[in-house]
Write a protein that binds this ligand. Structure first.
Ligand code: CDP
Ligand code: CDP
Length: 202
């Protein structure tokens, strides 16, 4: 039987960190759906047309090590507003969600559009300042040429575009549990997520 955990929220809220830990804890598979949009955005930066790029996406495209840059994140957010791009990526995500043994998917529209029937929905968020600091530390730690103000502006621009688009905008599902990680360590945030899932598993 399938068991789906949907984790949505704005940029750098801790979705991926919590998803990976939860998947390891329960033995579920994990799909970072942002990588689908990042890989599509990457190929658009390389000159491909967005819808063709999304339709041609292969699993191995998600493993590229150049998908975590600010430039690719912005390109991802732009292609993600195109309804035909989103449509091209739906079947893969839904099949992943239904796999036997349980699945965690994190993104922006998992609980609202991709898996409205998910057994657990979490909306992970944190203040703009906290999210920008986390992403700044992450990117500068990898040697990227970024500034705190630049990262904050980048996150705000992306969140606004993701929230205001007509196609599957970033939003908490009505039945999502909101997890504000602003004042939480990673371990505390993961423990809360695990508690919510345990409560739903019965
Ligand atoms: O997936 P998403 O963009 O929502 O965020 P992430 O990549 O999981 O987390 C962004 C950064 O914040 C990572 O470097 C995490 O280690 C860090 N983080 C944290 O410091 N405290 C938390 N409670 C969660 C994440
Ligand atoms: O890690 P971070 O939260 O910064 O970004 P991400 O999850 O890798 O997503 C990159 C971009 O892809 C987002 O800004 C969204 O525009 C888009 N995205 C989306 O539209 N729907 C999803 N389910 C996942 C990502």
């Amino acid at each position: 039987m399938s068991f789906t955990v949907a984790i949505d929220g704005p940029a750098a809220a801790g979705k991926g960190t919590i998803s990976r830990a939860v998947a390891a804890h329960f033995g579920f598979a994990h799909l970072d759906t942002g990588l689908l949009y990042r890989a599509t955005g990457r190929r658009v930066l390389d000159g491909l047309e967005p819808v063709a790029a999304a339709r041609a996406l292969r699993p191995e495209d998600l493993a590229r090590d150049d998908l975590r840059t600010a430039e690719v994140a912005q390109a991802a957010s732009k292609v993600a507003a195109i309804p035909e791009v989103r449509a091209a990526l739906v079947d893969f995500q839904r099949a992943f969600a239904r796999r036997a043994g349980g699945a965690v998917l994190d993104g922006r529209d998992i609980g609202t559009v991709i898996c409205p029937e998910a057994q657990v929905k979490l909306y992970v968020t944190a203040s703009d300042a906290v999210r920008a600091r986390r992403r700044f530390l992450e990117l500068s730690g990898k040697g990227a040429d970024v500034t705190p103000d630049g990262v904050l502006a980048d996150l705000r621009e992306r969140d606004a575009r993701d929230s205001e688009r007509a196609a599957a905008p970033l939003a908490a599902a009505a039945d999502a549990v909101v997890l504000d990680t602003s004042a939480l360590t990673i371990d505390e945030a993961v423990a809360k997520a695990i508690a919510v899932i345990n409560a739903r598993r019965g």
